[in-house]
Design a protein around this ligand. Sequence first.
Ligand code: DMJ
Length: 672
Amino acid sequence: MYSAAAAASPPRRDFISVTLSPEEAVGAGGYNNSKAWRRRSCWRKWKQLSRLQRSVILFLFAFLAVCGVISYTSMGEPWKSLTNKSLDDQRTEPGIPGLKLANPAVLPAPQKADANLGDYPELSPQKLPKPPHVRRGPSNLQIKPPRRDVRLKTRHGTSRVVEEPVQADKEEKTEKSVISWRGAVIEPDQSTEPPSSKIKEPEKPSSVEDVDQKEPVPINERQMAVIEAFRHAWKGYKDFAWGHDELKPLSKSYSEWFGLGLTLIDALDTMWILGLKEEFEEARKWVANDLVFDKNVDVNLFESTIRILGGLLSTYHLSGDSLFLEKAKEIGNRLMPAFKTPSKIPYSDVNIGRGTAHPPRWTSDSTVAEVTSIQLEFRELSRLTGDEKFQKAVDEVMKHVHTLSGKNDGLVPMFINTNSGQFTHLGVYTLGARADSYYEYLLKQWIQGGKKENELLEDYMRAIEGVKKHLLKRSQPKKLTFVGELAHGHFSAKMDHLVCFLPGTLALGAHNGLTADHMKLAEALIETCYQMYAQVETGLSPEIVHFNLHAQKGHKDVEIKPADRHNLLRPETVESLFYMYRFTGDKKYQDWGWEILQNFNKYTRVPTGGYTSINNVQNPSNPEPRDKMESFFLGETLKYMFLLFSDDIDLINLDKYVFNTEAHPLPIWAPA
Ligand code: DMJ
């Protein structure tokens, strides 16, 4: 039994103590290691040696000492760089105490030019010396460094000097290739040489002249949240859908559309912009080893142009890696059969293995937005390859559409016939599905081509007037300006989420010198697009809304029909928020985007990796996940989020790049 007395008295311990004096120990032949004894014994032994033996030992000591000094000085450098490297590994993200930067953005931490560059060849897109697969980048990203030193800047605000070789003749011959903090290739003057031996020197875009020497802006906390979201999405794709078109995050599987790794290709330049080097390198390996276009598969011309061709071209521009240009050329060539039609208006589908093309089974029509939103990509492909056929084919479509009758004050119908070349289903006008990016590409081609192609501008200006005249109305009770639709003279207050590209496009036009009026309209429309999120229970927009034209008690501006209440993780509103913030600096646009990102995280994030489309934005307790992550979530939505939260106007400078309709930046060409 447990008693209080037993608990109070400490337990008894028995022990024996033994003490030995040093003398006793030695006398007994024991071990004595005292310092004094050791010194006496050594000296006695030294004295017992002959003079010759002592001289030999002294000489050996002197020799070893000299060797030691020499080897210490030669090992110092690697040791120092090793120490620096481990410090770099531990550095934290500026502005976010304690947050370790697992993957530094675009450029690695400063290193000496010659130190440890070969340590991580597979992780470093900006290796020195130049890796075999990276040829020189496109001319628009080549900027001439100062002669003696090249100052490289990282997004973390650090900079380093790469020392150039001392010998002048070596300087001329050595082909150096380093990549700046934003991925632009900085090389000694090579602008007379083409990117690849087979490729004609591309026309220089305007950005050649501008040397970006400003200090970069560090990544902020919201951008880090985007990186985290991207990584989460990528984890799902990598674990369950690697090399396939789309992730099905709930069933932990994938869906195939073209069988071309659509998500992976769409996400390449996003990874580059976000600075996810490891992920980028892994994806690059897949493109190099596993991306095969020689397959008996039907692809949609428009979708594969904007996602695959566009994605490869922009990745080529950002990375300078010729692999992507080679792949772009291949897919470009394989898509060309689509243009072999009686009218030269391309078919919607191409079999990229067989080299045949056809319209959908039920019609010989193509969609207007599809045939008029492939131009930025094919024109750029011609510029890079020197092969005019790509540009000729798509320019012909635009010229033809320019002359067509059936428009309503610049507004186009949704279908065009591939035999007759005429618009069909006349009388229905929308800025949404099937017509949307026609308007976007009028402006963007004009910008891409150096603002010289007047017909494009004319068509764009006329179309915006058409929008104002026929499609603009204001809702009740908040008087939100929205873009409806017109069907045979009847106005419908229906607006697709897709239309939310328009505020961004209008703002881009105003930035490029078009009427300030367009900016006013952009401001009004982006407010509406934001309300399409804010007025909904989950804070996420449905695919389509209907606006109330008459005030009714208890009714909001936005009404949602049961068939329209899904959300596919689409980018258009975030895209426009990005343009609006770039051009106005008004922080409210960043705050709106931040709200949207948080709601994506709340209602569409799948714990095991990936994000999913949902069926019901009106039900926060069960948004009904659809089990699909569209490739544009990584290609567009998260990229525009990251750019929206950035205060760095040089992070894809809008005076140097124009985004295709899938958010892949392509260079603006210099005026002739
Ligand atoms: C993307 O593929 C492109 O943005 C296209 O222009 C419209 N649809 C999706 C995104 O919503």
